[in-house]
Design a protein around this ligand. Structure first.
Ligand SMILES: Cc1cc2nc3c(=O)[nH]c(=O)nc-3n(C[C@H](O)[C@H](O)[C@H](O)COP(=O)(O)OP(=O)(O)OC[C@H]3O[C@@H](n4cnc5c(N)ncnc54)[C@H](O)[C@@H]3O)c2cc1C
Length: 497
């Protein structure tokens, strides 16, 4: 049973504290139980599980990696209704996984982690939440790379008299029908919700700093017959997952080593644009001037057709300021609107959780990472003993399922706990030299990738132009690198009793 009783000081002591209940945190909880560890707690600031798939409920929200690959390997779902399932189905899947694996008793909803401080004396994490204190030997941060929405600091926005919200906090009470709406951003979320709201709004002004590369999405209903086959013959679903995975692994080299190969795909994407957008002026605005793949490639069959509708105007510039109910583009154009919807992404290279975690030397992870995020094998950070990330620096993917990376990091977590036991150490702290070696190798490989050489400025790059977000290799390569913990990369910390 869920454990870790409160001491007389009201502090609940556990072996492991996991933060977050998205794919990462839920996967960690399930893995801990599979390893025979019951002495843990999962801290979640919201009131339900799901992470990304709870918070992003905008119209049209769906995965852009096929559902049969974008799910846990240990929890295949024969019932996926579409090849790229929508948010309600992915959220329901995560709720089902939570129940089927019986991990709900370990979850503490409404517990926002406000600070986590490493106590050198006891070699434990002292964790302060909005609803109580915890002490843990090991802290697992599964707070998500895309969980804190980013809204640009725009002059005049505070005084805008209309409705303002971010796509990750969609206001379903606001009726968009007939309204004049400004949409800011043309990333993965915007291209999903723009075609949906275009049908309802009176007028839509889309502020685009950089046009994305857009390819068709092979989306379709999965038939009842197919689902029955997956239910009765799980090997068929497994084989499909294997095939989806293989295709994506085969694409990686083009992104990481031979970006020139992508010219071929550029031609296909441009043909797609020509097919849907006949107006040459609009087409010019929507034509990317950087290499395919440099920014995340977006999949949609309805984005271009929506932009070609008469109630849509594309402003090929960012939003500069807001004057009363008028939004002003960086090109000087002015548009009076009733609502502004931001599809402007998340705090990725400036993770908010880093502000709240204080390591052995007394400084925060945000201070440690002031020159850029870095971790050993994307998971542990020198000077922050017994802290493990699920989706840490350089573990993101451009073209495949993040769940594959999460499951690799869970292997590493399981071995980390085994090695802690085996060595009898109170804590393991990665050495600076091991962390440096790892990150130097990652950044060396990064120099050849399309993300660094493709001539764009994406959210993968931090303020210094370093890509500290993506993994420059295959998921199989990362799986091998995180299979076990190499103790030569760690200092052992013991405490005197
Ligand atoms: C719209 C959208 C579509 C996406 N589509 C895909 C896709 O198709 N394929 C793909 O591979 N990836 C996709 N991603 C990336 C996606 O984020 C990851 O695949 C995955 O869902 C991340 O899981 P996670 O558990 O790491 O983080 P999250 O799902 O973000 O969960 C983090 C959890 O931590 C909680 N939390 C954060 N801070 C605190 C705190 N201080 N205290 C307590 N709790 C906290 C949050 O409330 C949240 O529940 C998409 C992302 C978005 C936003």
């Amino acid at each position: 049973m869920a454990s870790g009783g409160s001491g007389t000081d009201g502090v609940q002591r556990v072996r492991v504290a996991v933060v977050g209940t998205g794919f990462g945190g839920l996967g960690a909880a399930i893995r801990l139980r599979a390893e025979g560890i019951d002495d843990f707690v999962v801290l979640e600031r919201a009131e339900s599980v799901g992470g990304t798939w709870r918070d992003n409920s905008y119209p049209g929200c769906a995965c852009d990696v096929p559902s049969h690959l974008y799910s846990f390997s240990f929890a295949p779902n024969p019932e996926w209704p579409r090849t790229f399932s929508g948010q309600p189905d992915i959220r329901a899947y995560l709720e089902q996984v939570t129940d089927r694996h019986g991990i709900r008793p370990w979850i503490r909803f409404g517990h926002e982690v406000r600070s986590a401080r490493w106590d050198t004396g006891t070699a434990r994490w002292q964790i302060s939440t909005s609803r109580g204190e915890f002490s843990a030997q090991v802290l697992v941060s599964a707070c998500g790379p895309l969980s804190d929405p980013q809204i640009p600091d725009l002059p005049g926005l505070d005084a805008f008299p209309g409705e303002v919200f971010h796509s990750a906090r969609w206001n379903h009470d606001y009726d968009l029908r007939g309204k004049r709406v400004a949409v800011v951003g043309t990333g993965a979320s915007a291209i999903q919700f723009v075609p949906e709201i275009q049908k309802q709004v009176g007028r839509l002004v889309l502020f685009q700093r950089t046009p994305p590369w857009v390819m068709n999405r092979m989306d379709r209903d999965i038939t009842g017959l197919e689902r029955a086959v997956y239910r009765r013959v799980p090997a068929v679903q497994k084989a499909l997952r294997g095939a989806l995975w293989t295709v994506r692994e085969a694409q990686v080299g083009a992104f990481t080593k031979r970006p020139a190969v992508l010219q071929l795909t550029e031609k296909l994407a441009l043909a797609n644009l020509r097919r849907h957008v006949k107006d040459p002026v609009l087409r010019a605005k929507l034509t990317p001037d950087y290499r395919f793949g440099c920014k995340r490639v977006l999949l949609s069959n309805s984005y271009y057709p929506a932009l070609a509708q008469p109630n849509v105007e594309v402003v090929a510039a960012g939003l500069r300021e807001v004057r009363g109910s008028t939004v002003v583009g960086a090109d000087g154009s002015e548009h009076e609107v009733d609502a502004i919807v931001f599809g402007t992404g998340f705090h990725v290279t400036d993770l908010p959780v880093a502000e709240h975690i204080t390591g052995a030397a007394g400084h925060t992870l945000a201070e440690e990472w002031k020159d850029g995020m870095a971790a050993l094998r994307g998971t542990t950070v020198a000077g922050f003993p017994n802290l493990l990330f699920v989706i840490g620096p350089n573990t993101g993917l451009g073209n495949s399922s993040m769940v594959l990376m999460i499951e690799s990091q869970l292997n590493y977590l399981a071995d980390f706990l085994r090695k802690l036991d085996a060595t009898g150490a109170a804590a393991l702290d990665p050495t600076r030299s091991a962390q440096l070696r790892w990150n130097d190798a990652v950044q060396r490989r990064m120099t050849r990738t399309v993300w660094n050489t493709g001539g764009c400025r994406s959210w993968y790059l931090d303020g210094r132009g370093n890509n500290t977000v993506l993994w420059p290799g295959t998921t199989a390569h990362f799986r091998r690198e995180t299979r076990t913990v190499d103790l030569s990369e760690y200092d052992r910390i013991t405490v005197e009793n």
